[in-house]
Design a protein around this ligand. Sequence first.
Ligand code: ADP
Ligand code: MG
Length: 699
Amino acid sequence: MSNFFNTKIEFLKGVGPMRAELLQKELSIFTYGDLIQHYPFRYLDRTQFYKVSELDESMPYVQVRGRIRGKEVIGEGRKQRLAATLVDENGDQLELVWFKGVKWMEKTLKNHTDYIVFGKPTEFNGRFSMAHPELEELAEEKQTTSFLQPVYNTTEKLKAHRIDSKVIAKMMEHLLKVALPQVQESLSPELIDTYKLMDKRSAYANIHFPETVEKYNAAKFRLKFEELFYIQLRLFRQKVVRKADLKGQVFNQVPTLNEFYKNHMTFDLTGAQKRVVKEIYADLTAGKQMNRLLQGDVGSGKTIVAFITMLIAADNGAQSVLMAPTEILADQHYVGLKAFADRLGINLGKLTGSTKASERKVLHEQLRSGEMKMIVGTHALLEDVVQFQNLGLCIVDEQHRFGVEQRSKLWRKNPRIIPHVLVMTATPIPRTLAMTLYGDLDVSVIDELPAGRKEIVTVHRFDSHRLRVFQFVRDQIKLGRQVYIVYPLIEESEQMENYKDLMDGYESIKRAFPEYQVSMVHGKLKPQDKDYEMQRFVKKETQIMVATTVIEVGVNVPNASVMIIESAERFGLSQLHQLRGRVGRGAEQSYCILMTGYKLSKDSKTRLETMVRTNNGFEIADIDLKLRGPGDLMGTQQSGVLDLLIADLSKDAPILQEARAAAQRVLHQDPQLEKPENANIRRHIQSLSANTINWSRIS
Ligand code: ADP
Ligand code: MG
């Protein structure tokens, strides 16, 4: 956008320094450009009202029109609330309730006056009510040109300073008056023509104050398309730059790998594993830096692929690191790979937070000299003292736990030539998201489980069936199996009292199974204690493992065949799927039992039903995306990337695909964007990078 859009918001008519400061603090609106992109999050549609008699509890947010007939403050002190009655044109009543801001609402809400209320209806004893609805007084005389009225996001604080949605709409009117003539087209005529896009000026006008339904839809499509187009364009350009500029070490010798295949592999690779190894090998021999994402459902066998890749590096005189997000997982990788490495005469080490100082010194020394070929560890590997003779390969397991910044620290450990990168994730990322987040990574998928695996049987049981579930546990243990019991604990870093569920659970499990040994692992344990408990379970000294989600990631005990998840309704869908993946790793039939109380929300029910119905990680990820929205799915570290202004990845996959194809085509025809027909695009990119948008948030 041109300089005009960098004008400070305080200079807009009706704003001024005081309001400007509030807008900055509360909504990050600093400039005209920020405000014009503060799109309405919904619209008041004068044609879409429900009658009270049409309401039912499953409805999301609805609009009802009626007259306030009576209001009353009920209760005292903290329990105080305001109740008002809204009567619609049929004479049916809807109760409105406020628990907060009671005094203020009492003052502002006008009796015997017509309002539009917007909120979620709930039913109690056949009567409907709405808590904290949004309100708009229905003034007869007020007629806007727009058939849809914009409703803008505000905050409590803004409202307290009388900056509500209507005030923002007023500001927007002022802004559009001065700003629309300044708007420059940011897409090329060719794209506008091909995709039948509305021009940018009309799009801004109609997204805020739609003239007709058609124009509103066209405006929305245009702005979503543009947003996604520029994300994709940027990713592709990065990829092109990377491909062109970044040389990679060539790894074309494989003697040890051949020996490993011939003499030490205890199983055959699955077809999918073979395909992925080929894809990786092609990268490693191409002379370019590999930058690859390996997706594979839990239990699909990513570790062996990682090891094979590390072997190839070692065969060509390069060192490799395998970084895991937790100590437990690093240990497990280490134990598994150490056995192979020893037999092949390869020096493989482990470095985690709990590695002793004396051992560290040796490790650091051996890494610097090149004597140590492979190292497995946690983020302790990122410390500056860890230096390599020739780091040639970085593998990051379960990458969503690491921030982008953290990861790039690894790459920089080879100042001479950037190492090859393999990122492995067991969180199947829906295609739409993968395209947006990892447009610059090549993607490999292991979509096949090793032969002989039995599909995990998943059931949902209510807490009242606990005795039967426990009997089942006993039967399984008698068959020689082991059992996980997981308790919810969302925040690992939180206070000890949050462990109450787990501790209570642990005690009751010990009481219920006096004849068996019970381990317990959680995030507050010291690493060595955690390790000790884990090892007891691995060695079958204990039959039951009580744990929090620390066992969610990667842990591999093939003899464990039962996963019980307590308060399963409190877990996200992807997390449930990850936990379930801890069983079903051996040849035995495995089970996942989801325990809940009777009271379940609609979303909880959907999550449980999905788990019972399918084992397919990609299907689960798609449903999770729909339920939660993309920001949540990836964890906070990456949500920055997904701060989309108008597009919605859970709904706009088709637009994303078109925008992606368009970006690809534009760059294919004009890699440097220097042709005259792409002048608009070039100018827009320049203004984007001149602005504060921090594109480096994407790795
Ligand atoms: P994940 O992809 O979840 O990290 P792992 O690499 O831990 O899965 O593999 C899960 C289990 O499957 C391990 O015990 C591993 O040895 C085993 N495994 C991997 N590949 C195969 C295969 N091709 N055939 C049989 N077992 C395999
Ligand atoms: Mg794994």
